[in-house]
Ligand binder design. Structure first.
Ligand code: ARG
Length: 400
């Protein structure tokens, strides 16, 4: 039997290789997805083979990640519980998709992952596998074995001569890709504890960010960011560039307690520097290019979209249907947004579009042609009629 394992080279997935071979008597094919986490991938193959894998696939999925997962999420305006830009949630379905393909090419029977039984990621991986190839078995060692802590995992590794560099102190659980970096667990489990500055890897502390603001002009076409300050970038390069600039200015930190799908609340810290800028700029461009009703309706779609992604239902029919709606709304979301990055903030300071619905002659306090203030009186009479009736009734009941 062959098993395809989502492999990072860390403690857990190293232990899993051995454990799978011992308990399932199988061949383990390791897969590492490169989503821009900028981890050392050079010696990974050696390590995987040494630990007992028969093969390691290192898959560079960065471009597909940005094009087919990040940009649709950006266009939808999806954000979970008002704060979380879903960086981990959107990566899982892509990793799972590539693993299913490899499992099929390799004739493997099962897919294994190192997610614990307490988090959202197990759900996301497994829903994607179920959707893409329901015949594949799923093995989740954390839900099966009796290793219950990091210390026990280290002991297991030692007993089995697995080379690991992990120490027994409680580190954060970290997940990184091109869109974001997340930190959970360890000292963060105390929700009143403020993390030390040295935890943050992608952003400067706002206090030590440059004293001069940085102005950026971001150009979008149909909701997709194409260039910064007139210079065109590929999707991956654009995100890298923005991460650097926004990170330098301390933009994109979030500290939240979120509701996990499996029930408990959990405290997480996120750094999404480039993503925060893109999210704000895109929303701003929509404010001039979408009509009022579409904009308001899209807010509902955005929150539903965020739930679907957070819950791991990327491959569900509803996500595709919502994408069709979002796609249609983006036809005129073309134009430029000017932002100012300063000490942890991203201020929007200007927006323009050839499709702008904003009309100075309408909005102006000066006299305009298109709008007659006298019309507003009649409008208010009709719009307020139900309230008037209600008011009359209430006064009557008070004996008026
Ligand atoms: N709580 C976030 C989410 O559910 C981040 C999860 C991070 N995952 C991890 N394995 N460290 O999307």
């Amino acid at each position: 039997m062959k098993v395809v394992l989502a492999y990072s080279g860390g403690l857990d997935t190293s232990v899993i290789i051995k454990w799978l071979k011992e308990n399932y008597n199988c061949e383990v094919i390791a897969v590492t997805a490169d989503l821009g986490q900028e981890e050392e991938l050079d010696n990974l193959e050696e390590k995987a083979l040494e630990t007992g894998a028969s093969k390691l696939y290192v898959e560079n999925l960065q471009e597909e990640f940005v094009r087919d997962f990040i940009f649709p999420t950006l266009k939808a305006g999806a954000i979970y519980e008002k704060k979380y830009l879903l960086g981990t949630a959107i990566a899982r379905p892509l990793i799972a998709k590539r693993m299913v393909e490899i499992a099929e090419e390799e004739g493997a029977e099962a897919i294994a992952h190192g997610c614990t039984g307490k988090g959202n990621d197990q759900v996301r991986f497994e829903l994607a596998v179920k959707a893409l190839n329901p015949r594949l078995k799923i093995i989740a060692p954390w839900r099966e074995w009796n290793i219950t802590s990091r210390e026990e995992a280290i002991d297991y590794a030692k007993r089995h001569n697995i080379p690991v560099s992990a120490t027994k102190e409680k580190p954060f659980s970290i997940d990184r890709n091109l869109w974001h970096m997340s930190y959970e667990g360890g000292a963060l489990e105390d929700t009143s504890w403020e993390p030390d500055e040295d935890m943050f890897l992608l952003t400067n502390s706002p206090g030590s960010a440059p004293d001069e603001p940085l102005y950026l002009e971001i150009y979008f076409e149909k909701g997709i960011p194409l260039n910064i300050n007139g210079k065109e970038y590929s999707p991956v390069e654009l995100l890298r560039k923005l991460n650097k600039l926004a990170g330098l200015h301390g933009v994109g930190r979030v500290d939240l307690v979120e509701n996990r799908l499996v029930g408990m609340k959990s405290r997480g810290i996120y750094e999404t520097p480039g993503g925060t800028v893109l999210f704000l700029a895109h929303q701003e461009l929509e404010s001039i290019t979408l009509d009022r009703d579409t904009m308001h309706f899209k807010e509902m779609v955005a929150s539903q979209y965020a739930l679907i992604l957070y819950y791991g239902q990327w491959f569900a029919p509803l996500r595709r249907a919502l994408d069709a709606f979002v796609e249609r709304t983006q036809e005129k979301v073309t134009g430029t947004v000017r932002v100012k990055l300063f000490k942890g903030n991203c201020f929007v300071v200007g927006r323009k579009s050839e499709y702008s619905l904003y009309r100075e002659d309408l909005a102006t306090f000066e006299k305009g042609e298109l709008y007659d203030q006298k019309d507003a009186g009649g409008f208010i009479n009709c719009f307020g009629l139900p309230l008037m009736v209600q008011g009359l009734l209430e006064r009557k009941s008070k004996g008026d």
